[in-house]
Design a protein around this ligand. Sequence first.
Ligand code: G4P
Ligand code: NA
Ligand code: NA
Length: 191
Amino acid sequence: MERLKTRILEEASVLNQDVLKLDGLLNHQVEPELTIEMGKEFARLYAESGITKVITVESSGIPVAFATAMALGVPLVFARRKKTLIADPDAYMERVPSFTKGIVTDIMVSRQFLKEEDTVLFIDDIIANGDAARGLIKIIERSGAKLAGLGIVVEKSFQAGARTIREQGIRVDSLVRIKSLEGGTIQFESE
Ligand code: G4P
Ligand code: NA
Ligand code: NA
C-alpha cells in the first residue's frame, strides 16, 4: 500500500533502531479512511479463504481488524488482555511476555466466540518479536478453528516474529515491511 508508506513517512518517528513510534496512525489516533482501505486490502487478499471471523488482540489491532471484518461481512473477536487472570474453564488463555514493555500479560478468548467450525483471519497492527501473535495462534489451535493467515499492517522484518510464524507454515501478509530503522531512517523492503 503506497499511501500507507507515504503516511508512515509523514507521521512516524524513529524512537531508536528497534522502535517506530506510530501514535498518529495506529497506537493513539487512527485515520478512518486509511484504516478502511487497509481493511479492504486484507479482505481482498483473503476473499477466497472462507473466513468466518476476524480476530485480533486488544487494543491497537482493533480498528484495522474492525475494518477488515466489515469488508468481509463477518464478526470481529478481540482477545482481551489482563494483568493476571484467574483460570476460567469457559475461556482459552495464554501467557504472553512483552519484550518491549518488560511485563507479562494473559490474553483470553471466551470459548463461545471461537469454535472448531470457524476459519479465522488474524489481524494485527505491528509485529515485532511475535510473542502476542504466538499466544493468540496457540489459542486458535486449541479451539480447533482453522487459521487462514495473519494480516499485519507494519511488519518489522529485522525482528524475528513474522519470519518464525511463516516458518511454522502459517501465511503472513504485511501491508508494509520495514527492514531497518538504523540511523533514524525508515527503510522499507523493496517488494
Ligand atoms: P511482539 O508482540 O511482536 O512480540 O512485540 P513486543 O512484545 O515487542 O511488543 C509489545 C507491544 O509493543 C505490542 O503492542 C506491539 O505492537 C508494540 N510494538 C512492538 N514494536 C513496536 C514498534 O516498533 N512501534 C510501535 N508503535 N509499537 C511496537 P501491544 O502490547 O499489543 O499493545 P497495543 O498497542 O495493542 O495496546
Ligand atoms: Na501495539
Ligand atoms: Na497489537
